[in-house]
Write a protein that binds this ligand. Structure first.
Ligand SMILES: CC(C)(COP(=O)(O)OP(=O)(O)OC[C@H]1O[C@@H](n2cnc3c(N)ncnc32)[C@H](O)[C@@H]1OP(=O)(O)O)[C@@H](O)C(=O)NCCC(=O)NCCS
Length: 228
């Protein structure tokens, strides 16, 4: 018996009756230094075309490693969605930068740039939308009113997600770069984000403990962990 048999992630469970991916509750959690290696694993799993959409250029593995090594968790916010196997299946990176003098779309001190990716196996279940909403609400609560994204006009999925969240994609700097205007914070947006993070932290802890238990069991005589 394999340890992972006790914690199955049967792909059939991810489909609904119409054979479409089922949209179960998605928990978006703020990630930290201890998640860095799992973040790297997520990015390395993206195929060439996805890396192009996500980064605007095809990044080889060595550049992905540099990018992940360079994430500054004390300055930026990284949000993730974790699978039952405690793997990261979606990452949203909100990188802050001071407003440049040439920036005419905001008068705030800083702007944010958001990049999002979801592992192929986990797409169509609302993960990208939830990561996007979380990035936007965090900007809102952090007094940032302009969110830049690398988003090709052909990236209809991303455009759909932004529209669904009630946001319009503006383009002033060419075909690939876009920005969105974010509403100011209010009590509801602050409370909403805090509650989402609390629930996601509980979910993360349960999954981390389950993973640790599966590892422990796999070390018992006669068990092997095939979930690695
Ligand atoms: C874009 C991306 C993050 C979306 O992730 P996801 O988890 O599949 O997104 P969701 O499931 O939340 O939503 C997808 C939505 O797009 C819709 N969609 C899918 N393909 C579409 C298309 N070609 N045209 C329009 N809408 C489309 C889906 O129907 C769904 O809408 P719904 O929620 O109203 O049903 C993912 O495809 C990805 O990682 N792409 C590569 C990287 C990238 O493009 N990043 C964005 C730029 S930084």
């Amino acid at each position: 018996m394999n340890a992972s048999d006790m914690f199955p992630e049967d792909p059939k469970h991810l489909l609904n009756a119409a054979n479409k991916p089922s949209k179960s509750t998605v928990f978006v959690k703020e990630l930290s230094e201890k998640d860095r290696h799992r973040i790297l694993r997520h990015f390395l799993g993206l195929e060439e075309s996805d890396r192009l959409l996500r980064f605007g250029t095809y990044l080889p593995d060595v550049m992905i490693e540099k990018y992940v090594e360079g994430i500054d968790f004390s300055r930026d916010k990284v949000f993730g969605v974790i699978s039952h196997h405690f793997r990261i299946v979606g990452v949203g990176h909100l990188a802050y930068a001071p407003r440049s003098d040439k920036d005419e779309v905001t008068d705030k001190d800083k702007v944010a740039e958001f990049g999002v990716s979801v592992s192929k196996i986990a797409r169509g279940k609302g993960i990208g939308s939830k990561l996007f909403e979380r990035g936007a609400i965090h900007c809102r609560n952090d007094d940032v009113d302009t969110l830049y994204m690398h988003c090709l006009s052909s990236n209809q999925t991303m455009i759909h997600i932004a529209k669904k969240a009630g946001m319009e994609i503006h383009r002033e700097y060419g075909e690939a770069d876009a920005y969105l205007k974010i509403l100011p914070a209010d009590a509801v947006s602050v409370l909403k984000e805090a509650m989402q993070e609390q629930v996601a932290t509980i979910d993360y802890t349960i999954k981390a403990n389950t993973r640790a238990a599966a590892k422990w069991l796999s070390n018992l005589p006669g068990m092997k962990d095939s979930s690695k």
